[in-house]
Every structure is written in structure tokens, then in C-alpha cells.
Design a protein around this ligand. Structure first.
Ligand code: TYM
Length: 338
């Protein structure tokens, strides 16, 4: 097979830091993951090593990693079409991360806005939180990744990853593929439902701001119906002045495939009540089945763990050649294989 025939290599990861993924994860990243497994050579990873950079409970972490993997399968990842694995099962990730950390300047690492935001929220900031972006770079570069489907909040980490790959290649000769971010503009940042100036996240304004994929359908409906809008009562896309309604239009449009213009004219002259009521049904109908499917997958833990072990074995086989090459380039002894 010539290089031109090779399918693009895709890598992305998600942290197992809550009991359920949310609508921002889904529209910003996970939906693209499912679509891209059809046309690319994709690896998807539950990044539990990243999850210990903030306070965590060991039992809860292990369970969340498992529930995370189950949700990804429930969303449509197919272990026959992609490689799905848990990061801690592939030791090449922290091994490469150490090397990349030694190539990163303190100045460039200190510019990471996610570190600044997250450390401001912690009582105690760890070195792991600071070196988090180098581990993320290792995740990506280990697999000679071409494209990384993520939301907007990961763009700066991707830039650092690219800079590190270019610098390493320049110093030691071609070692890593320089990856491109794959960010869908329309859904790059889904906003908090009660504070639409902020991105939706599990540390959002309050329980109503973040819509979880494993919420009960009625809880989803309630969250949409109580989403913050404005006093104008016209369904119009204007993110500057009508952030709440625009966010709801984005969600509606991306879940149904109807254009924003079509939705604007469908709701012309109607109030927010009708609009939110219909969107609440769309959300509950589309996302409701995910919780059931996740529960079914979790019912057979042995099978789930088998899938994950298989994924980790496949990932290790792909990661090893890059790690070995990198070890050689920096002057290490080769890793001893078991
Ligand atoms: P994480 O776990 O915070 O989020 C997973 C994915 O969801 C996207 N996302 C959003 N997209 C749109 N709107 C939102 N409100 C929203 N909230 C989250 C994120 O951009 C991400 O794509 N550092 C990464 C995990 C990671 C990774 C990697 C990603 C580790 N290694 C290698 C890509 C490649 C993170 O914390 O994502």
C-alpha cells in the first residue's frame, strides 16, 4: 500500500473525571469520533493518567474509566473499526511524555491557559497538572497521528504538540508526524445552559448548566426548558447579544441536521416556550437511549474488559516502534520487552 492509499491516522482522548460525559463532549468531540472511525484509522483513549493530575479517589477512578469506555461503545464506537483503550494500560504514553517534557521550555508550558484555569480552582496544584500537556502530546505523537478531533478548548494543547513534533524532528531527524487539529466550527464550544458566556463543563455554574449523557430523559427536558435565554422572545442566532438562544439553536441544529436558518424561520413569531419544548424532546429522544445502552454494556463487565485489553494490545503494538525510534534518537538504551 502506498503512503497515498494509507487512511489518515486519528487519535483522541477523553478524561474519566465524571460519572457521565456531557453534551459539550458529545457535540464537540465524541460525535466526530464515531463518524471518523468509518473513514480513518482511529485510536480513542480514556485518559486516566491525566485524571490523577487533580484530586481523585482510586476506586471511583477505575469505575469511571470503565463507565467511560461503556459510554463510548454505547455512542457507537465499534472495536472492529477503531482501537479503544485505557491509557494506563499502555506504558509507552508516560515513557514518551518524559522525553517530550525534557524538550519543552518552562516558558511555553507556563503559557497553557487550561493549566492557569485549573490550578486557580485547586487548593493544591501538582506538577502533574503542569506537565499534563506533554502527556497529551505523547498520546498523540506515539501513533504518528494525522488528525485530532477535539473541541476548541484543546486547540492550545494541540499547538504545543505540533511545536514539539516540529522541534524534535528538527533536532533529531524526522521522528513524528505533525498532527492537525480537527475542530468542527459550529460545535467547537457548547455553552453552559445557565451561564451561556462559559463553556459547558462538569465544573459548570451549577447542576442545571451541564446536560449529562446519562441524565434521565426527564432531567434532560427540565435542563433544556430552564436554560437561560433573554427577554426578547425571538428565536434568532446572534451569539454576541443572544448567547443562550444561539447555544440552543446550535444544539438543535447539530442534533437534527436542520440548518440554523431553517430553525429560525420555523420558530418565527413563536415564543421560547415552543422552541425549548421541541428541543427538549429532540435532546431526550436522541440522547435518552445512550444511558440504556451504557447499562447493557456494563452488565457484561468481562466482555467490556476483554475489548479494552484487546484495544490496549493493539495500541501498544502501534506505539512501540515510535517509542523505540525516539529512545534511539535521544541516546537511550532500547527498552527491554517482556
Ligand atoms: P476532556 O476530557 O476535557 O474533553 C473531551 C473532549 O470534549 C471536548 N469538550 C467540548 N467541546 C465542545 N464544547 C464543550 N463545552 C466541551 N467540553 C469538552 C474537549 O475539547 C475534548 O475534545 N486534554 C483532553 C484529553 C486528552 C486528549 C489527548 C485529547 C488527553 N490526551 C490527546 C486529544 C488528544 C481533555 O481534557 O479533554
Amino acid at each position: 500500500m502506498s503512503a497515498a492509499d494509507r487512511k489518515p491516522r486519528v487519535f483522541s482522548g477523553i478524561q474519566p473525571t465524571s460519572d457521565s460525559f456531557h453534551l459539550g463532549n458529545y457535540l464537540g468531540a465524541l460525535r466526530q469520533w464515531v463518524a471518523m472511525q468509518e473513514t480513518t484509522d482511529a485510536l480513542y483513549c480514556v485518559v486516566d493518567l491525566h485524571a490523577i493530575t487533580v484530586e481523585h479517589e482510586p476506586k471511583v477512578l477505575r469505575e469511571r474509566s470503565r463507565v467511560s469506555a461503556a459510554q463510548l461503545l454505547a455512542l457507537g464506537l465499534d472495536p472492529e473499526r477503531c482501537t479503544l483503550f485505557i491509557q494506563s494500560q499502555v506504558p509507552e504514553h508516560p515513557m514518551l511524555s518524559w522525553i517530550l517534557g525534557s524538550e519543552t521550555g518552562m516558558g511555553e508550558a507556563s503559557r497553557m491557559t487550561q493549566f492557569k484555569d485549573k490550578s486557580a480552582k485547586q487548593e493544591r496544584t501538582t506538577v502533574g497538572l503542569f506537565t499534563y500537556p506533554m502527556l497529551m502530546a505523547a498520546d498523540i505523537l506515539l501513533y504518528q497521528t494525522d488528525q485530532v478531533p477535539v473541541g476548541e478548548d484543546q486547540r492550545q494543547h494541540l499547538e504545543l504538540t505540533r511545536d514539539l513534533a516540529i522541534r524534535f524532528n528538527g533536532t533529531y531527524g524526522k521522528t513524528f508526524t505533525v498532527p492537525e487539529p480537527y475542530i468542527v466550527k459550529e460545535t467547537a464550544t457548547i455553552k453552559d445552559l445557565t451561564d451561556p458566556d462559559k463553556k459547558m463543563s462538569k465544573s459548570s455554574s451549577g447542576p442545571r448548566g451541564c446536560l449529562y449523557l446519562l441524565d434521565e430523559p426527564n432531567a434532560m427536558r427540565k435542563k433544556i426548558k430552564s436554560a437561560v435565554t433573554d427577554s426578547e422572545a425571538s428565536v434568532r442566532y446572534d451569539p454576541e447579544n443572544k448567547a443562550g438562544v444561539s447555544n440552543l439553536l446550535t444544539i438543535y441544529s447539530s442534533l437534527t441536521g436542520d440548518s440554523i436558518e431553517k430553525l429560525e424561520s420555523a420558530y418565527a413569531g413563536k415564543g421560547y416556550g415552543d422552541f425549548k419544548g421541541d428541543l427538549a424532546d429532540v435532546v431526550a429522544d436522541t440522547l435518552g437511549p445512550i444511558a440504556t445502552a451504557t447499562r447493557e454494556i456494563l452488565d457484561d463487565r468481562a466482555e467490556l474488559d476483554r475489548i479494552l485489553t484487546m484495544g490496549a494490545e493493539k495500541a501498544r503494538a502501534m506505539a512501540a516502534p515510535t517509542l523505540n525510534k525516539t529512545y534511539k534518537k535521544v541516546g537511550f538504551y532500547p527498552p527491554v520487552t517482556r
